[in-house]
Design a binder for this molecule. Structure first.
Ligand code: FRU
Length: 499
């Protein structure tokens, strides 16, 4: 980019990742999920369609496969599945605004064709009572050509003076920007109220550089965890949707679990009061490794979401590779009957090959099916009771299986619970290894789609009305799949390999 001045920390990060990526074994990476060029990845950032390509940035520490002061990694794709790494886009290099990290944010193309990144700069705050230095989080801008980004001299564009009185200057982050129909801009930003609960603030701008406060869009009021990170607000299928990732949740049945979770609020937008009118609340994904969602509107009008396919509560296993963290498969979103529906982007279907299909297979006890195995696959299973109107005790799919290890997905129609489980997948650590989900309506017939990409599985239940996402530590040689029924069921199975 003309006139672009690369700071010393960015030069260092770019030269380090160029040298070190050659040491990353490509076989260790997922095939069609984005993983970091080298080092550590967390939240998706700046998910946008710019200059003919999808851009996906991410929270990034190139130097080690652990979290540290955040950079922004950068990748581009034409089909949301084949990602090409570009040089790191941002490094923490501004003494006043972001020396402690360039935290999560979003991106938009300006009318003059430039690409604008709106991110949280973490600088130094005042000394705390215990003598340590506090952080100070503000919203900053960098503008670029899709490869090089110059930080804006007017940073921060939203400072801590925009916070409601008493809010924490240490927790004011994750701006998500969008353009309104009239050509103006809005953004939502997360912060923590004086009592420690979460607020989502809304701002408006004519030019994306000067921002005016519109007030509190929604207050958490101690429901669903404490602070709500990574907010994203959009219209979909005639409703307003807020996606966010609450910290420190308390469990509620099988809907929410303790720790870091995700939340989708479907409702409507009250333009007069600039508030979200809430109707339904649900977890976005019932699995284990899923956090910090972000969406993009595609040129053909689809709302597509990715998330970090990890969770702070399960980052306890050290990486034996030179990288850690990956994104979920991009998912097309819809709202049906007030609830979020997710489905892998249709581009994934072009990756399918070598179909193996078995229909009307009776299962009682354990069976294997010829040709049904693998770890980079798209597996569709429809199960129903043998007798119409009948039932069965349970149906299980074991996968990523060998003589010693397996993961499982177990459904009990009596309670309507679907359980994902990796207790026997080879982890030697006692963090979360199983989760349950109450399948809506507790049906006896169930459609499951399992998208597996080496060390992960994403389960889409009944057309994507519920999902369960999990990483799998097991060696790739464990690729068997078996089916089990207590009672009598009949199933149809389609398995594709994914290129
Ligand atoms: C969410 C998060 C964000 C923050 C970023 C820092 O996972 O905590 O709130 O911007 O990660 O890496």
């Amino acid at each position: 980019m003309e006139g672009f001045i690369e700071s010393a920390p960015l030069v260092e990060a770019r030269s380090y990742e160029r040298r070190m990526e050659t040491f990353v074994d490509p076989e260790s990476r997922p095939v069609f999920h984005l993983s970091p060029r080298v080092g550590w990845m967390n939240d998706p950032n700046g998910f946008s369609f710019h200059d003919g390509k999808y851009h996906l940035f991410y929270q990034y520490n190139p130097y080690k496969a652990t979290w540290a002061p955040m950079h922004w990694g950068h990748a581009v794709s034409e089909d949301l599945l084949t990602w090409e790494h570009l040089p790191a886009a941002l490094a923490p290099d501004e003494p006043y605004d972001d020396l402690n990290g360039c935290f999560s944010g979003s991106a938009i193309t300006l009318p003059d064709g430039r690409h604008l990144l709106l991110y949280t700069g973490v600088g130094q705050g005042p000394r705390r009572q215990d003598g340590s230095m506090s952080d100070c989080q503000v919203q900053c801008i960098a503008i670029g050509d899709g490869v090089d980004y110059q930080k804006y001299e007017g940073n921060p564009v939203i400072g801590t003076d925009a916070l409601p009185e008493g809010s924490s200057i240490e927790h004011f982050r994750d701006p998500k920007v969008w353009r309104c129909d009239d050509g103006t801009y809005r953004c939502v930003v997360a912060c923590q109220d004086s009592d420690g609960s979460g607020l989502i603030l809304q701002f408006a701008s004519e030019d994306c550089l000067h921002w005016e406060k519109l007030g509190v869009l929604v207050a958490n009021e101690w429901r669903y965890g404490t602070m709500w990170e990574c907010p994203d607000l959009f219209e979909l299928d005639g409703q307003t949707v807020l996606l966010t990732s609450p910290m420190f949740m308390l469990p509620e049945g099988h809907d929410f679990y303790s720790g870091n979770g995700t939340l989708c609020i479907v409702g409507s937008y009250d333009e007069e009061n600039k508030r979200l009118v809430e109707q339904t609340h649900a977890t976005i994904d019932h699995g284990i490794d899923f956090y910090a969602t972000q969406t993009v509107l595609t040129p053909d009008g689809r709302r597509v979401m990715v998330a970090w396919m990890q969770n702070w509560d399960s980052v306890t296993e050290s990486s034996s590779y030179r990288w850690f963290g990956q994104m979920t498969v991009p998912r097309e979103l819809h709202v049906r009957d007030g609830h979020l529906v997710q489905w892998p982007v249709r581009e994934l279907e072009a990756r399918r090959h070598d179909l193996v299909a078995h229909s009307d297979v009776p299962v009682e006890g354990t069976i294997e099916l010829p040709g049904v195995r693998g770890r980079v696959i798209d597996l569709l299973v429809s199960v129903r009771p043998e007798q119409e109107g009948g039932t069965y005790d349970e149906f299980v799919i074991w996968f990523a299986q060998d003589d010693r290890f397996h993961c499982s997905l177990r459904y009990r129609p009596i309670t309507g619970t679907l359980k994902i489980n990796r207790i026997h997948a080879g982890s030697r650590r006692a963090y979360v290894h199983h989760r349950k989900c109450d399948v809506a309506g507790a049906p006896t017939s169930l459609d499951l789609r399992l998208v597996m990409d080496r060390h992960s599985v994403e389960v889409f239940v009944n057309g994507g009305t519920q999902t369960m996402t999990m990483t799998i530590p097991t060696d790739l040689s464990a690729d068997a799949i078996t089916f089990f029924a207590r009672g009598k069921v009949v199933m149809d199975v389609e398995k594709y390999d994914l290129a």
